[in-house]
Design a protein around this ligand. Sequence first.
Ligand code: NDP
Length: 241
Amino acid sequence: MKVLITGANRGLGLSLVETGLKRGHVIFAGVRSVADRDITQLQELKKVFEGQLRILHIDVTNEKSVIEAAKAVKFTDQYVDIIINNAAILNERDKTIEELDIAETLKALDTNTVGPIRVIKHFLPLIRNGATTDSTSSQSIINISSEAGSLTNAYAGDYPYGLSKVALNMLTEKLKKYLMEEDIQILSIHPGWMSTDMGGKKAPKKPMDTALNIWNLLENPIHNSSEAFAFFDDELNRMEI
Ligand code: NDP
């Protein structure tokens, strides 16, 4: 399969890249910065998995970078089978509503919600190309969400992040309706609490384990279930829909 992953230089994104390469997929790794110091691990992977990995400049807050990346992929590979919207920020963590910085709040929404919109807007034609050309795989759009975006589990704090993820879940639902006639799997996934820069060292899950679960799901698509929200249960290590 040909798979686009945003925020691919560290954390869950990097684990998704590595696992996908090991399983023989072609990966388009979208990164905010292409400076050598920011993509060292991807460059190492590129040496090992020659021909399978393309590194693309995608700052999800910059529509032009997304347009250019989509053009580049269309030119070299014609289509993608899967989009994984993984890039996100978690800012203003311990702020109360009175303390919130509005510019930072907008930044979280711009990155975590509008970012996936920019990516889907410009890569959906390439997903459709996959459905109509020689790809033998099924097509999926995966939005990496969070339990912080669950209305039933709302908690005080993490205002920008929680709002951005609940809106991302709505985007998933809307896309499901919009693309109902097309055989494209669309899911929001809560990856669990993982030990990454965002999750911190105390987190119980390794991003590599979540990446394996996500790849298992991508290789065995469920297609649009009534609730398009996948939840990887931390204890049982299984996915609930
Ligand atoms: P990290 O903070 O470790 O990594 C975030 C990634 O997003 C980095 O690659 C970063 O790139 C990238 N990124 C940030 N802003 C942009 C941008 N404007 N354009 C492109 N890329 C950008 O996060 P995780 O790996 O932990 O998180 C991955 C996903 O999982 C996120 O969607 C997160 O919300 C979700 N999640 C994580 C949990 C956890 O416990 N870790 C829990 C629940 C959900 P750069 O290096 O350039 O900053």
